[in-house]
Design a protein around this ligand. Structure first.
Ligand SMILES: NC(=O)c1ccc[n+]([C@@H]2O[C@H](COP(=O)([O-])OP(=O)(O)OC[C@H]3O[C@@H](n4cnc5c(N)ncnc54)[C@H](OP(=O)(O)O)[C@@H]3O)[C@@H](O)[C@H]2O)c1
Length: 298
């Protein structure tokens, strides 16, 4: 299988490096990373230890085959740009998979990619970009793949490839629901850790912060329901608390972005909940406040 990973940063490089065992993978990334990969291979440290001999380029024009699969792994604020780039290499048999967080990526990708050819991959694996050419696999997690359109069963082919390569993966029967379930969790944890500059675990150690997290979670579930995703508040809260316990010693990706002076994905998570919730008359005032605060921290 010929695979292009568009956005070879932390997670894209990890998945690309692992999938390269069983597929012909090309990474598209930034100059310094590409140069180091060309010189020394992609080095993966942490939970996976490998030096992977893999092709890497700075732009899609250098890809010399028509890909079977393009995996988009840029941050959600770069999705539109990524889609404009990948459309140059989409053949009539190419599938596209979003390996991203955020609630608005599919809307953006669907403008260019037929939804019958569009998949989403949700993962709880953790990866950090250490330096050009080197990424750290920080946590082994679970992965799900699902198609946007019902009754499309091509995802089994990708699930098999992921499993064969060592990324434990299941098929999702309702990936849009899963995206929202993860989005609600992220909306309830990430911005609060930015405001309080704390590790995830602190949210459950401070009763005021815990109450605030519960209220954001309630509001985000209401937003999800208004958009047609029947999430149950108690389940969403349990899942949020489970994620906080499991990642209590971690800084959230949103806080890491702020610490690194980068943009965050707040607009695609709380921003999207606020925008769509408001449209349906849901009270999304906490999400709006969090968007305002985090946007002003960047
Ligand atoms: N890291 C994780 O553990 C993890 C886990 C699950 C899900 N996710 C999700 O996966 C997505 C990617 O996260 P990440 O942590 O991997 O982000 P990341 O490290 O920033 O990776 C994205 C990479 O794509 C590059 N890029 C953007 N536009 C490009 C272009 N036009 N050409 C070439 N390269 C381009 C970025 O470069 P610049 O930074 O220079 O723009 C960056 O190196 C996010 O939605 C995130 O929430 C991440």
């Amino acid at each position: 299988m010929n695979i292009v990973i568009f956005g070879a940063g932390a997670i894209g490089s990890l998945f690309g490096g692992i999938l390269a065992k069983n597929a012909n993978v090309v990474l598209i990334g930034r100059k310094n990373h590409v140069e180091q990969i060309k010189k020394k291979g992609l080095r993966i440290k942490g939970k996976t230890n490998a030096v992977v001999d893999i092709s890497a380029f700075e732009c899609v024009e250098d890809v010399l085959f028509s890909p079977d699969l393009v995996i988009i792994s840029v941050k959600s604020y770069d999705t539109e740009n990524a889609v404009n780039e990948i459309k140059k290499i989409l053949g009539k048999n190419t599938y596209v998979m979003s390996l991203q967080n955020g609630l608005d990526n599919i809307e953006k990708i669907k403008k260019v990619v037929d939804k019958k050819r569009l998949f989403v991959c949700i993962t709880t694996h953790g990866s950090v970009f250490s330096k050009p050419g080197v990424i750290i696999h920080t946590g082994i997690g679970k992965t799900k793949i699902g198609s946007i359109e019902k009754n499309i069963f091509v995802e089994h082919k990708f699930v098999d490839l992921f499993n064969k390569s060592g990324i434990k993966t299941n098929v999702s029967n309702d990936i849009m629901y899963d995206i929202w379930a993860k989005g609600v969790v992220n909306s309830s944890i990430n911005p609060l850790t930015c405001f309080f500059k704390c590790k995830n675990g602190y949210i459950l150690k401070n009763p005021i912060l815990e109450k605030l997290m519960e209220q954001v979670c309630y509001e985000s579930v209401s937003g999800a329901k208004a958009c047609g995703f029947n999430l149950v508040y108690e389940d969403a809260l349990d899942l949020t608390k489970e994620v906080i316990y499991d990642t209590s010693d971690n800084f959230s990706s949103m806080l890491q972005s702020i610490q690194n002076g980068c943009k965050t994905e707040i607009d695609s998570i709380n921003g999207y909940i606020a925008k769509t919730g408001k449209k349906f008359g849901v009270d999304v005032s906490l999400n709006e406040i969090l968007v305002y605060i985090v946007s002003n921290l960047c």
